[in-house]
Design a protein around this ligand. Sequence first.
Ligand code: AMP
Ligand code: GLY
Length: 436
Amino acid sequence: MAVTRRILVVGSGGREHALGRALARSPSAAEVIVAPGNPGCAETAEGHAVLRRAPLTSPTPSAIAAAARAARADLVVVGPEAPLCAGAVDALATDGIAAFGPSRAAAALEGSKVFLKRFAERHKIPTAAFLATSDFAEAERYIRGRDRHVVVKADGLCAGKGVVVPSSADEACAAAHAMLVERRFGEAGATIVVEDRLAGVELSVHAICDGERLFVLPVARDHKRVGDGDRGPNTGGMGAVAPVAVDAALTERIATRVLAPTLAGMRQEGRPFRGVLFAGLMVDAAGEPWLLEHNVRFGDPETQALLALCDGDLAELLAGAARGALDASAVRVVPGRCSVALVLASRGYPERPETGAAIEGLEAAAAVPETTVLHAGTADEDGRIVTSGGRVLTVTSTAESPAEARARAYRAAECIRFEGMHYRRDIGAEWQTPAH
Ligand code: AMP
Ligand code: GLY
C-alpha cells in the first residue's frame, strides 16, 4: 500500500479508541491522531502507525476543520453523531479534506426521528406505525386511542435520552407532556414521534457506505439496560457481542428491505449517504426485521466488538467510502472469531456517574490473551489513571468460541478495580439468535 495517510479521529470514547487503534494497524496509515481522545490514545506505535492525541475543545464543524488542518490530515473520521448532524463533513469538504461520515443532509437519518419515519414510509422500509406531532392534545388522543403499547421519541438529538419506552398510556402521555409542554429536551423535543412498541430480538447492523455501495459488518448485539437480565434504565450500551449468528434468509431480508432501500432512497432524494449506516433493528417472531432507528455513526460499544473481528486496512476501507469508491476487499472479517465488549461503568451511571476514582489493574487485564482494554471516561492525573465519566473502560476479548471470548473478558474485568465500578455479569451469556 503506497499511500501513507494522516488520519484524524474525532471523539473521546471507547469507540474512538477502538477506531484509533484499528486505523493505526492499517498498512495505509502513517499517523493517527484522536482529538480530544482519551489517555488510552496517548502516544504509542500501533502496528504501522503512530497513535497520539491532539486537543479539541469543542467539536464544532469549524473547530474540527481547524484541527484537521493543524494535523495536516488527509482523512477525518468523525465518531459522534452531534458534529455530523451539525455539518462537520460539509465543513471539511469546503476545506478540501476527505471525511468519512455523512453530510449534514444525510445525517438527518439520525438527527430527526420524524425525517427517519417519513423516509421509511416513502421507501417502504418496515417500521412501526407512528404519529409525528408537535401538539400535546393530538399526541394524547393518539396514545389513548391505540390498543397497544407505544414508544415516545423526541425528534432531535438528546444524547441518547430522547426515547421513552413507557409501560402504560399514562406514562406515555407523561413522556409526551415532558417533551412537548415542559420542553425537557428544548427544541429537540418540540416535535415527537409516538410509535407502536415492537417485540422481538434487537440487532445492530453496521454497513460502511460510499453513497452507492455498501459493506456489511457482522451483526452485533448491544445490551442497553444497566442491569443484568435487561433490567433498569437504558444506557448508551453496557456490552456488545459479535457476530450474532443470523441465517442467510434474515441476512438477505435485512439487506433488501432495510439497507439497500435506505441507500437508494437517500441517493434519490439528493442526500447520498456516505459513512457508516448503523441500523437498530427489531426482529420479530416470524424473522422479519423492523427498523427502530438509523444511526449515522459507529455504535459504542458495538464498534469495539466489531473491529476486534476485522483485519486488513480499515483506513483504506473508510477512505474509499469517503471518496465514493468503496473497496470492500480492504478489510477481512476473520472467520470463526467471536468477540465480547464489556463496559465497566462508574457508580451512579447512567443517572449521575461519580468520577475521580483511581483505576488499578489495567496492565494485568491487558495481559489476558486476545484482550484489549479500551479507554472512555478516563483521565490522566499526573500519570495516575482516574475515572472521568460514566462508561469508563471497555474490555474487549476475542476467541474462537463465544464462551471463551466471554470468559476472557470477565477474567480481564476482574483484574480491574476502581471505587464504585459496576458491570453486567450476563454479557455474552446468551448469544441470542433471532427466530427465522
Ligand atoms: P433509540 O435511542 O432510538 O436507539 O432507542 C433506544 C431503545 O429504545 C432502542 O434500542 C430499543 O431498545 C427501544 N426502542 C425504540 N423504539 C422501539 C420500538 N418501536 N419498540 C420497542 N422498543 C423500541
Ligand atoms: N450502543 C448503541 C449506540 O451506540 O447507539
